[in-house]
Design a protein around this ligand. Structure first.
Ligand SMILES: Cc1ncc(C[n+]2csc(CCO)c2C)c(N)n1
Length: 223
């Protein structure tokens, strides 16, 4: 069995729970309150600033030029492709780029990015990829699930662009590249090392769920 198949099984419960989360379902039905989506966009924008640094760390840790170049492409894709989507949405809501950048991360957002940045600083390339992969892979699963289960989702005036971008083949292939990379990096690795990678994958899958819940519930600091 490929190592990533084992990972997929490990997180099946939390990913299933994510697919049923009212925020995710609300994007599909189009019934998500717009204030929740604005909160998500702003939090996600600052999330992506930190997240893109993980790709820079991946380029540093890579052992060959091809892998370095692929991480550099991911970095560029996030800062331009994906964050353009957020900037376009923000413009529709009358939010400036500066306001987006000045967003203060909520507790779960901060904990999630600090967890991954810590792995980026202290762990191996395989650890880094295990920690950052649920973000990319779970979005591919969520957006293709939404496009299949809610055929109108892609045309929705507000949330359609979101579903379209994340369910695109281009985005899907970025996740596939990382999945294949992790399988290559873990070939022949001892169980003691694999268990650490599995733990990172489960932890950040849980953070993904908590991120959706944070932007749905409010998720602010107590005072
Ligand atoms: C909390 C959160 N988790 C996952 C993603 C999805 N995502 C982040 S980077 C990337 C690929 C390259 O841009 C993808 C698909 C997100 N936006 N926000």
């Amino acid at each position: 069995m490929r190592f990533t198949e084992r990972l997929f099984e490990k997180v099946s419960d939390i990913w299933e729970k994510t697919h049923q989360h009212p925020f995710v379902v609300g994007i599909g039905t189009g019934e998500l309150p717009v204030e929740s989506f604005i909160r998500y966009m702003k939090q996600d924008y600052v999330f992506l600033i930190d997240y893109s640094k993980l790709f820079a760390a991946g380029a540093v840790k890579a052992r060959d030029i091809e892998t370095m170049a692929a991480f550099a492409k991911l970095l560029d894709e996030t800062l331009h492709g994906e964050m353009d989507l957020h900037r376009e949405y923000a413009e529709r809501f009358g939010i400036t780029d500066q306001q987006l950048e000045d967003t203060k991360p909520m507790p779960i957002n901060l904990a999630y990015t600090r967890y991954m940045l810590n792995v980026a600083q202290n762990g191996s390339l395989a650890e880094l990829v295990s920690a950052l992969l649920p973000c990319m892979w779970s979005y591919r699963e969520i957006s293709t699930m939404l496009a299949t289960n809610y055929p109108g989702a892609i045309e929705h005036l507000l949330y359609g662009e979101w579903v379209k971008m994340y369910s695109s083949n281009e985005f899907g292939s970025l996740a596939t590249w990382l999945i294949d990379l992790l399988d290559r990096l873990t070939e022949g690795k001892p169980e003691r090392e694999l268990a650490i990678l599995e733990e990172h994958f489960l932890t950040t899958s849980r953070f993904e769920y908590m991120f959706w819940d944070m932007v749905y519930q409010g998720g602010e600091w107590p005072v």
